[in-house]
Write a protein that binds this ligand. Structure first.
Ligand SMILES: *Cc1c(COP(=O)(O)O)cnc(C)c1O
Length: 434
């Protein structure tokens, strides 16, 4: 039987020695490539794959990079999409990350050859972006910023007894995926002193609660929900009059007011209104890498920076590089999306619909800020509308394209698709269109 596939199946070593396969092994790691080769040769033996196609099938099955994370075109219209990694980095930030990835002077003064302070470029850029802050510090994420505040201020320096954080009941917030700010604070030994009711709190409630055990007053921005109707909250200016440290978690990381997001707090305004410390995320509306920002009164920030727990929350060189480029480089995708003009998006959608052909149409749509804040704000946008049946094949393509189904049609919302990806989008649709 000259046709027995088992006899004609090449040996593993022979396939691994093929120049294209060897090049892939050098790029992706020999273990990963060998795993694919072994699987394909098994299929040769059972007759699923023709032996002469083995190398081609192996090359086809190899991933493009040594990560299982896939590239995704975010066509959901949700600007800060938590499940898609929040803010996409700017090209400048990506380049900065690549530059910092090798050995870099993150903690060395090259002029003297001695050890230098860590991440000075990124910290200086952040300080320059928020001149109202006496000092700034960066940690791993927004939760880490709050955790550092809790550790450094939430206990007496003498014997570590728990002190109180005064917080309004309406601000005992769950951010997402079960992460609750009150539980984070309590897990670090801070006692919560809740004031007011779910919908209303007054300055007098805070005044009655503040006392010798108060470590700080915490104001948390309800970044993912809105309470409407019979409500009242206490302004930062009023809280600043209480005479204890005032920490404001603004969440989204806006550094200055944004005209389209009038209800979203920003660091500069909150500091000017009298907050002693502001905490925020770096990968929401700022549009940078995952990190947590701490801005405020110099003495407090220094106390946080020198607390032993700060080391456990330290950001790496890649984050520092991306943050600096986000702050000083060209406008990153998130702020660009927030500034997008709907008529331009519709013109783009019309052009793309023409390129795709009959099954596509251009429609006006509404985007959202998403996990980054501004709940309830609708951002005028435009989308490429397609048959809903294309949703799954587009999600499984490379790059994956994720849209959302609306009124029985798949909408690929252009608010969140940078214009330079238009061709990629058209090609992805053409590949799966009937
Ligand atoms: C997002 C958010 C956090 C948590 O920040 P992470 O960067 O996700 O850790 C905390 N507080 C508020 C108000 C937020 O919106």
């Amino acid at each position: 039987m000259t046709d027995d596939p088992r006899r004609r199946t090449p040996r593993t070593d022979a396939v691994l020695a093929d120049p294209a396969v060897a090049a892939a092994a050098a790029r992706l790691g020999r273990g990963r490539v060998k795993g694919v080769v072994v699987a394909v040769l098994d299929e040769c033996r059972t007759g699923v794959v023709a032996p002469q196609d083995a190398v081609a099938v192996v090359l086809d099955r190899l991933p493009e990079a040594a990560t299982t994370l896939r590239r995704v075109v975010n066509a959901t219209g949700v600007v800060v999409h938590t499940n898609l990694g929040r803010a996409p980095l700017s090209a400048a930030a990506v380049e900065a990350v690549a530059r910092a990835a090798g050995a870099t002077d993150v903690e060395m003064d090259l002029a003297s050859g001695r050890r230098g302070p860590r991440g000075t470029g990124a910290l200086a850029a952040l300080a320059a972006a928020v001149p109202d802050a006496g000092d700034v510090h960066v940690v791993n994420n927004g939760a880490a910023a709050l955790a550092l505040v809790a550790c450094a201020l939430g206990r007496t320096e003498m014997d570590g007894t728990a002190r109180e954080a005064v917080i309004a009941r309406g601000e005992l917030v769950e951010i997402g995926d079960g992460f609750r700010i009150p539980e984070l604070l309590e897990s670090l030994g801070v006692r919560l002193r809740e004031v007011g009711t779910t919908n209303r709190v007054r300055l007098a409630d805070y005044e009655a609660a503040v006392g010798p055990d108060t470590a700080f007053v915490l104001k948390v921005h309800p970044s993912n929900f809105r309470v409407e109707g019979f409500t009242s909250a206490v302004s930062v200016t009023e809280l600043a009059s209480l005479g204890v440290p005032l920490v404001v978690d603004i969440g989204s990381g806006l550094l200055a007011p944004h005209p389209r997001l009038p209800d979203e707090p920003d660091a500069a305004t909150v500091l000017r209104a009298g907050a002693d410390l502001v905490t925020a995320s770096g990968d929401k509306l700022l549009g940078g890498p995952q990190c947590g920002l701490l801005l405020g009164e110099a003495g407090l920030v220094q106390r946080l920076r020198h607390h032993p727990f700060a080391r456990a929350l330290r950001v790496d060189k890649l984050t520092l590089a991306a943050l600096e480029a986000t702050l000083t480089g060209p406008v990153p995708p998130v702020p660009a999306a927030l500034a997008a003009r709907p008529e331009e998006l519709l013109a783009r959608a019309t052009r793309l619909a023409r390129q795709v052909g009959g099954l596509a149409s251009a429609v006006p749509s509404r985007g959202r800020v998403g996990g980054g804040g501004a709940p309830g704000v609708l951002l005028p946008s435009a989308a490429l509308a397609l048959p809903a049946a294309l949703a799954a094949p587009l999600r499984l393509g490379d790059p994956a394209v994720v849209g959302h189904v609306h009124d029985g049609r798949l909408h690929l919302d252009l608010l969140t698709v940078p214009e330079e990806l238009d061709e990629v989008l058209v090609e992805a649709v053409r590949r799966v269109a009937p």
